[in-house]
Design a protein around this ligand. Structure first.
Ligand code: 5GP
Ligand code: MG
Length: 182
């Protein structure tokens, strides 16, 4: 059987490492938000697996919703313009928001989404990202909860895609170069 694993050059973060870290982050958020009834907002589609695992590791009273955003790219650099393709349905006025994203790269996406949620009256907005690529930052933005710092390599798996494929890998890995070139 040909599986997607044959396209992977190396595993960067194993299933076990992911699970252990998500448990830690869930416990920290639970302690920080115990009485705050926060609203977890997942950024589709890349965060969906991290989001589902994180929620199950954070046993406090809370709500959840999703939004989808896309950023326009000019060549290889992000233009910084972010479009909301699907917005949350929950009223965020007075709520404590935890924005959950797969990866913080240039920072354009989360910078814009944070502003959007604040404009709509959120009491607070904190950022929880599975992966952080601090070397690529263009916007003054810091994550509040981070799973792992990663080098400037294109990663896939555990929700992250290449051309909408590889999201279902149970770990985070790097593709073989010939897969990009195909
Ligand atoms: P930012 O707005 O911070 O530049 O971009 C964040 C988005 O870019 C992420 O949500 C993700 O969709 C995409 N992205 C950035 N780096 C990577 C990467 O290494 N792998 C994948 N699959 N997506 C990435
Ligand atoms: Mg994304």
């Amino acid at each position: 059987m040909k599986t997607i694993e044959t396209d992977i050059l190396k595993v960067l973060i194993s299933e076990e490492e992911l699970h252990a870290r998500v448990l830690e982050i869930g416990a920290r958020i639970a302690a920080d938000y115990e009485d705050k009834d926060p609203l977890f907002v997942g950024v589709l589609r890349g965060s969906f697996i991290f989001f589902a695992d994180l929620m199950r590791c954070c046993p406090i009273r809370s709500g959840l919703d999703f939004l989808a955003a896309s950023s326009y790219h000019q060549g290889t650099s992000s233009s910084g313009v972010v479009k909301i393709d699907y917005d949350i349905k929950t009223d965020v006025a007075g709520r404590h928001i935890i924005l959950v994203e797969d990866i913080l790269d240039s920072g354009n996406t989360l910078y814009n989404l944070t502003g959007h949620l604040r404009d709509r009256g959120a009491e607070s907005v904190k950022l929880c990202v599975l992966l952080d690529k601090p070397s690529r930052r263009e916007k003054p933005i810091q994550p509040d909860y981070v799973g792992f710092e990663v080098p400037d390599e294109f990663v896939v798996g555990y929700g992250l895609d290449y051309a909408d494929r590889y999201r279902n890998l149970p770990y985070v890995g790097v593709l073989k170069p010939e897969v990009h070139e195909k």
